[in-house]
Ligand binder design. Sequence first.
Ligand code: BJW
Length: 233
Amino acid sequence: MKKVCVLTGAGISAESGIKTFRDADGLWEGHDVQEVATPEGWARNRALVLEFYNQRRAQLRSVKPNDGHRALLKLEDQLDTVIITQNVDNLHEKAGSKHIIHLHGELTKVRSQRDPSIVLEWEDDLNEGDLCTLGSQLRPHIVWFGEGVPKLEEAIGHMVDADHILIIGTSMQVYPAASLTAYAPNQAKIYYVDPNPQLNYELSRQEDRLKIFKGPAGTKVKEAVELILTASF
Ligand code: BJW
């Protein structure tokens, strides 16, 4: 069975009402990244960081998956498919997808500051004084800038076997996620759905096997999925 690696970013959740990071009016517009998405920011001002993630966790309760998330189900039904998402939301899960790797963590989980292997499900606000069993402060289960990406090896392990790579709604600027396509076999086909696709260094070297679907995920993912299925049987 053909293998598909789907790499998603903030754009696939945009039509569900979740802001992207780098678009105009994106999440970083009103926030200093250094203050809310780095270990240094966390050390400086825990309350600010907790509030930033508490607001986003609360938003998850009201948002729903869109046609872009749902279009992937057909792919998963028919081919060996893994979704490697940079998103910390849970919309792929809510859509019914099964094999999901969260490269940058999950909003609905928290972890111990002292022992990163202590990870808890967390639906409500996280506050100062919420402690793990070791007595250490719990923090959002998010990969901040400057931190390692623990699921990277697992994601690479799938990329090396890919026949098709479907990239959706990501600016392909944040590494190491943005370099994942470089691990795919030379014959793997790459499809990129985005209203404003940006070819980074890796993709510009793979242009001969790249097909771009310029437009929103809500309509274009379905087209890309149909093409992948047609090419697979
Ligand atoms: C639509 C749409 C619609 C809109 N339909 N599409 C210099 C050079 C290279 C690298 C570095 C460098 N300096 C530092 C680095 C490393 C750094 C990095 O890459 N920085 C770059 C920004 C330069 N990377 C890291 O620090 C990573 N760690 C690391 O490298 O560790 C090394 C290490 C090893 C061992 C030990 C210790 C260290 C970690 C990166 C973590 C990223 N985390 C974030 C924040 C998570 C927290 C949170 O969510 O709050 O993850 S950053 C943020 O960006 C988030 C996202 O997952 C990630 C990617 O963003 P994404 O998804 O691409 O969103 P946008 O907004 O950029 O793009 C949206 C796209 O959607 C656009 O293209 C739109 O057009 C499109 N769109 N509407 C479809 N309807």
